[in-house]
Design a protein around this ligand. Structure first.
Ligand code: PLP
Length: 428
């Protein structure tokens, strides 16, 4: 028979003090181990990159199927054969997809910059001519989304990220009243960092809601659309379709890339949107480029063949990284279940585990881990302005280290979580 351990907060002062001494000794032993481990960034591991080594010998040709010489300038919207693959994966028409360089973040930055300088199809004026521009940011979220907005002078308003997507009641109330709210982020499938999947019901509400700003945009960053960790291959809500039926076809801008499918530094990024948005984007892009790297597009087409080739490839990624996620879960539940000092996600896809610890202790956990040689993402990084109001959130990224390192790092993190909680309870 197993017994549930007592919640630490319910222990007597003497029991807490005794337990603190024990865990402090464990922590000293951890420190003496001289670890050098890193769970900070959601990068693919070397074994994942090896899956795409075939790309290094491609392309074998340099013409598209209509015979165009891809070595030359031109083709601003990208190679149609690759656009077809993205269209299939994202569930949109090929006419609504363009393929660009290697980074979807760059496309997001281009779109934001163009909205600020020029305005979009529905803008009364460029965003930069508004007294203030704000974005809604579901939290916890992706740090680079937030730092991009800060860099561009766009203010951030947080709303909770729930298990089925952003808190739509909170979003609706904000956008209905405030015309300076021009957009919002969402990572709809396997969100960074919670792994949440936006339900069709929430997506439909977001696409249909009334907004005070006529040019409100949903930056639908589907970076993890096909990054399943289980056999259940969740399909993303149909953002473009839902927006079109609710009369706001220009609202969503879908971003994606092969960064965590092929090679993180040498993949291909895509934008999918309404015909009007695509025409607007290409018109802006035409001043910045005479065409993308179509040979990179072609080698991806030769390598994957079609969308099913991508799906099969992602199953190989899954085989490599699912055990690392299982190791995170085993370490956390093995040590912390029942203690009432931590909650964490068990994602079914994506690249992260979201760990919430006792309020006020996340920075302490991160600094304890650092002293023990385990690098964790900086406290507060999943929040706008780096400010976690409860100092409770920690993002874990287990894909890059090898499995044994994930196991060692997570055993150490669990010790640090408990030590920080005990310190907090005994100092009260
Ligand atoms: N969007 C999200 C949600 C991410 O987590 C990441 C990488 O971690 C990116 C975008 C980066 O995309 P890209 O490599 O295409 O710029």
């Amino acid at each position: 028979m197993t017994t549930t351990p007592a919640h630490l907060s319910e222990l007597s002062a003497d029991d807490l003090a005794a337990r603190l001494t024990t865990v402090q000794a464990e922590y000293e032993a951890l420190k003496a181990g001289g670890l050098k481990l890193d769970l900070t960034r959601g990068k693919p591991g070397a074994d994942q990159l090896d899956l795409s080594n075939g790309l290094l010998g491609l392309p074998t040709g340099y013409r598209d199927r209509s015979g165009t010489d891809l070595r030359n300038y031109g083709g601003l919207d990208g190679l149609v054969e690759l656009r077809e693959i993205f269209a299939d994966l994202l569930g949109v028409d090929v006419a609504n997809v363009v393929c660009g360089g290697n980074s979807s973040l760059t496309i997001m930055h281009q779109v934001l910059s163009a909205m600020l300088l020029k305005g979009g199809p529905d803008s009364p004026r460029p965003w930069s001519q508004e007294p203030v521009v704000k974005f809604i940011c579901p939290v916890p979220g992706y740090d680079r989304h937030f730092t991009m907005l800060a860099e561009l002078g766009i203010e951030m308003v947080s709303v909770p990220m729930n298990a089925d997507g952003p808190d739509v009641v909170a979003v609706r109330a904000l956008v209905a009243e405030d015309p300076s709210i021009k957009g919002m982020w969402i990572v709809p499938t396997y969100a960074n960092p919670t792994g949440a999947v936006c339900s069709t019901a929430v997506a439909a509400d977001l696409m249909a809601m009334d907004t005070a700003a006529p040019d409100f945009r949903i930056f639908w960053d589907n970076a993890y659309a096909v990054h399943h960790l289980t056999e259940e291959e969740t399909k993303s809500a149909d953002a473009l379709g839902l927006a079109a039926v609710s009369g706001h076809p220009n609202r969503p801008l879908i971003f994606a890339s092969t960064s965590k499918i092929s090679l993180a530094g040498a993949g291909v990024a895509a934008l999918a949107a309404s015909s009007e948005n695509i025409a607007w984007y290409l018109a802006r892009l035409g001043f910045a480029s005479i065409g993308p790297d179509k040979l990179n597009h072609l080698r991806h087409v030769e390598f994957f063949g079609d969308a099913n080739g991508v799906r099969a490839h992602m199953r190989k990624h899954r085989e490599l990284i699912a055990p690392k996620f299982a190791a995170v879960e085993a370490a956390l539940s093995g040590r912390l279940t029942g203690l009432g000092i931590a909650e964490w996600t068990v994602p079914t896809g994506g690249y992260f585990v979201n760990l919430d610890v006792v309020d006020g202790t996340a920075s302490r956990v991160i600094s304890l881990a650092k002293e023990a040689g385990i690098a964790l993402t900086a406290a507060g990084s999943a929040f706008p302005y780096g400010n976690d109001p409860f100092d409770r959130n920690i993002r874990l990224a287990p894909t890059f280290p090898v499995l044994a390192e994930v196991e060692a790092a997570m055993a150490g993190v669990a010790v640090c979580v408990e030590l920080a909680a005990l310190e907090s309870f005994t100092s009260a």
